[in-house]
Design a protein around this ligand. Structure first.
Ligand SMILES: NC(=O)C1=CN([C@@H]2O[C@H](COP(=O)(O)OP(=O)(O)OC[C@H]3O[C@@H](n4cnc5c(N)ncnc54)[C@H](O)[C@@H]3O)[C@@H](O)[C@H]2O)C=CC1
Ligand SMILES: O=C([O-])CC(=O)C(=O)O
Length: 308
């Protein structure tokens, strides 16, 4: 199983590291436009192999896509991250051009690849790949909800004063500060709804902190986060590579599901060897449906800025 990760920056390198540590892929190719950068990251990561006990071979390439040929899965993390005070949507101007070119280059050498889009604004970049590559929709996956759900569980565990392994929860909707829809009404601690343990103020706090999770970290770090994003991507890659049929919220092209059309937005999907094998339609409350609709309007507005 060969995996390419385009962009050897913070998220790309973290993602390559987690994939290698989980030791399910035979090869990871890191590719970056910056001369020598991907080769350097790959060499540094390979020097952790004997320490961390993995056999995955990691190589680097400076913009030479022939090295990525025959990849089963390709992850796009190339592009600029936001700085404190910015929204993800503000990155569209530079990142759209990068994501379009990178996806075309990838497919030229790996026509069968499943593409995972990470670059922001992620739902719109996923839609861009959908509109410009002509790939079937099961092979284009946007990563956002897996990360947002991990942050939701972190905040839930904090509020519940419980270990994270006790809690479960999911975030759907757009991967944006305003558009995320943390499904607090469905969140549980050992199958018991969290509303049994938390009052409304506590639940509102968890929801709000989850939605601005990326912005909070950007404020602290001066650039956006990478450990949890990298781990979230590695989870999606593993589900596909190992045909796990796991459920994650991912951005996918919708054709009527959740009452939405012509949009890529986060909904629960089943990931297996064919990429997105199923969109799972769960029952939402009227309030959740309204939030999902509002989120979709935000994503569509950003999509409208694309030059397609
Ligand atoms: N969907 C999500 O949940 C998340 C998305 N992101 C997004 O991921 C992207 C990357 O973030 P970081 O890794 O922190 O940024 P970074 O700046 O550390 O790394 C980006 C890398 O992309 C490379 N690059 C730029 N243009 C390229 C091209 N045409 N071909 C190949 N490589 C190219 C740069 O040289 C750089 O090394 C950003 O857009 C960020 O907003 C970040 C975290 C989570
Ligand atoms: O916050 C950002 O800009 C990066 C990102 O998408 C995240 O960490 O959720």
């Amino acid at each position: 199983m060969k995996v390419t990760v385009v962009g050897a920056g913070a998220v790309g390198a973290s993602c390559a590291e987690y994939i290698a540590i989980k030791d399910f892929a035979s090869e990871v190719v890191l590719l970056d436009i910056k001369e020598g950068y991907a080769e350097g990251k790959a060499m540094d990561l390979m020097q952790t192999a004997s320490l961390n006990g993995f056999d995955t071979k990691i190589t680097g390439s400076t913009n030479d896509y022939s090295k990525t040929a025959g990849s089963h899965i390709a992850v796009i993390t190339s592009g600029i991250p936001r700085k404190p005070g910015m929204t993800r949507e503000e990155l569209i101007g530079i990142n759209a051009g990068i994501v379009k070119t990178v996806s075309q280059n990838l497919l030229e050498h790996s026509p069968e690849a499943i593409i995972i889009v990470v670059s922001n604004p992620m739902d719109t970049m996923t839609y861009l790949v959908h509109k410009t590559t002509g790939l079937p929709k099961n092979r284009i996956i946007g990563m956002g909800g897996a990360l947002d759900s991990a942050r939701f569980k972190y905040r839930l565990a904090e509020a519940l004063e419980a270990p994270i392994s006790d809690v479960d929860g999911m975030v759907i909707g757009g991967h944006s500060d305003k558009g995320m829809v943390p499904l607090i009404g469905h969140a549980t601690r050992n199958s018991v709804k969290v509303s049994e343990f938390l009052n409304q103020d506590q639940m509102d706090y968890v929801v709000q902190e989850t939605k601005v999770g990326g912005a909070t970290l950007t404020g602290l770090l001066g650039t956006s986060a990478w450990y949890a994003p990298g781990a979230a991507v590695s989870g999606l890659v593993q589900a596909i590579a190992c045909d796990q049929k796991k459920m994650f919220p991912c951005s996918t092209f919708l054709e009527g599901e959740y009452g939405l059309n012509d949009i890529c937005i986060g909904v629960p999907v089943i990931l297996g060897k064919n990429g997105i094998e199923k969109v799972v339609e769960i029952e939402l409350s009227e309030a959740e449906k309204a939030k999902m609709q509002e989120s979709a309007e935000g994503v569509s507005k950003t999509n409208g800025l694309l030059e397609l």
